[in-house]
Design a protein around this ligand. Structure first.
Ligand code: HEM
Ligand SMILES: *[C@@H]1O[C@H](CO)[C@@H](O)[C@H](O)[C@H]1NC(C)=O
Ligand SMILES: *[C@@H]1O[C@H](CO)[C@@H](O)[C@H](O)[C@H]1NC(C)=O
Ligand SMILES: CC(=O)N[C@H]1CO[C@H](CO)[C@@H](O)[C@@H]1O
Length: 359
């Protein structure tokens, strides 16, 4: 009896696994010749092509791709697992841009909403699907990035998100972790999401130096930012010329006060250090955290998995290196219980980083 029941359970489990496999390997050929797992995804291929040509300068990992990723975060994080905030990953930042771009933490976001708006209007997608597909496609243009998941089917947003949901670089680690926890993310997931700052630059933190990158390889989705934030320098609040900005020992580089604080805090320092030169770890954790972020507030049972419309990113060969003249002695290690990875140094004189064009 017990055995018979067990075998029923086993065969049910096998059946479910086979079904899941069938769903993954199912192939639909769209009218235009593209192949996808679900017919509903066919409509997205022309949208992806339009995004690449009209938004991303033909599949570049440039300013617009970086901003598309930032936009998905600022849209989605307007959410609380306890209710009472916004609709999450719903595209409210695009539709209600007049309200949300006025929030202090959304400084500079109006550039990308203005850029995306006409392409969105032509796309036939809801604002939420557009914002979060654009982030997946823009990120895919960056070598080394994981191929992000894309679930299709967000309803139109009902209202703008309220102010003060987006973390600021002047916030304390305690405040940042509390805000993310309120949205459903733990400390390790916060660090994972900050992998995004490997393809990031600041325009408005310090308006005198627009386009200042956060790492020396701003066009590559590598783990360089996790290393460079740890370099000893003027890494104290107040050393930068603007609130939230601290100077990096690399010329032409900006370090966010919040990134540095997270790299040094006992709640996050080891998660931070473990990312250094571990491309697979970074890709896996960033992909998982983004999959969660990009459906915040959404009912995923009503959504279709269209991940296979997202371009496959070029790989990053690695390993990462210290920028020229820097080495292990320059690392301000905050997780002494874990061994720091051995990293070689780029040859030549200390670099001066160029600003990201188009900023
Ligand atoms: C503690 C949390 C965070 C803080 C305080 C923060 C803050 C900032 C600031 C101040 C900028 C520069 C804005 C400017 O001056 O133009 C920036 C850029 C950026 N952030 Fe974050 N961020 C956080 C988390 C995230 C997350 C979770 C993501 C995505 C998953 C993200 C993606 C980006 C990207 C891609 C850029 C570069 C945009 C560009 O170069 O155009 N950030 N962030
Ligand atoms: C796929 O979709 C794009 C965009 O609509 C189109 O340019 C391309 O010809 C399609 N077919 C194939 C086989 O890629
Ligand atoms: C904001 O949204 C309006 C529609 O509500 C649109 O016409 C406008 O282009 C958008 N502007 C920006 C900066 O996103
Ligand atoms: C160069 C510089 O101004 N360094 C200062 C940065 O801030 C710390 C702490 O406030 C000071 O000790 C440094 O002298």
């Amino acid at each position: 009896m017990a055995f018979a029941r067990l075998s029923v359970i086993v065969s049910l489990a096998l059946g479910a696994a086979q079904l899941a496999n069938a769903a993954l390997t199912k192939r639909v050929t769209c009218a235009d010749g593209n192949v996808t797992a679900n017919k509903a995804c066919c409509a997205l291929f022309p949208v992806v092509a339009k995004m690449q040509s009209d938004l991303f300068d033909g599949a570049e990992c440039g300013e617009e791709a970086h901003s598309a990723l930032r936009l998905s975060f600022h849209d989605a994080i307007g959410f609380s697992i306890h209710g009472g905030k916004g609709g999450g990953a719903d595209g409210s930042i695009l539709l209600f841009n007049a309200t949300e771009t006025a929030f202090h933490a959304n400084g500079g976001i109006d550039d990308i909403t203005a850029g995306q708006f006409p392409v969105f209007q032509e796309s036939g997608l809801t604002p939420g699907d557009f914002v979060h597909l654009a982030a997946a496609v823009g990120t895919a243009n960056c070598p080394g990035a994981p191929r992000l998941q894309f679930l299709f089917g967000r309803p139109a947003p009902k209202a703008p998100a309220p102010d003060l949901t987006v973390p600021e670089p002047t916030d304390s680690v305690t405040a940042i972790l509390a805000r993310f926890a309120d949205a459903g993310f733990n400390a390790q997931e916060v660090v994972a999401l900050l992998s995004s700052h490997t393809i990031a630059a600041a325009d408005v933190v310090d308006v005198t130096i627009p386009g200042t990158p956060f790492d020396s390889t701003v066009g590559t989705f590598d783990t360089q930012v996790f290393l460079e934030v740890l370099l000893k320098g003027n890494s104290f609040p107040g050393n930068g010329s603007q609130p939230g900005e601290v100077l990096s020992p690399l010329k032409g580089e900006m370090r966010l006060q919040s990134d540095f604080a997270l790299s040094q805090d006992s709640r996050t320092a080891c998660f931070w250090q473990q990312m250094v030169n571990d491309q697979t770890r970074m890709q896996t954790q960033f992909k998982a955290a983004m999959a969660k972020l990009q459906v915040l507030g959404q009912n995923t049972r009503n959504m279709v998995d269209c991940s296979d419309v997202v371009p496959v990113p070029a790989s990053f060969a690695g390993p990462i290196k210290f920028p020229a003249t820097f080495s292990q002695k320059d690392v301000q290690q905050a997780c002494p219980q874990l061994r720091f990875p051995a990293i070689s140094t780029v040859a030549g004189p200390a670099p001066t980083l160029a600003p990201v064009p188009g900023s």
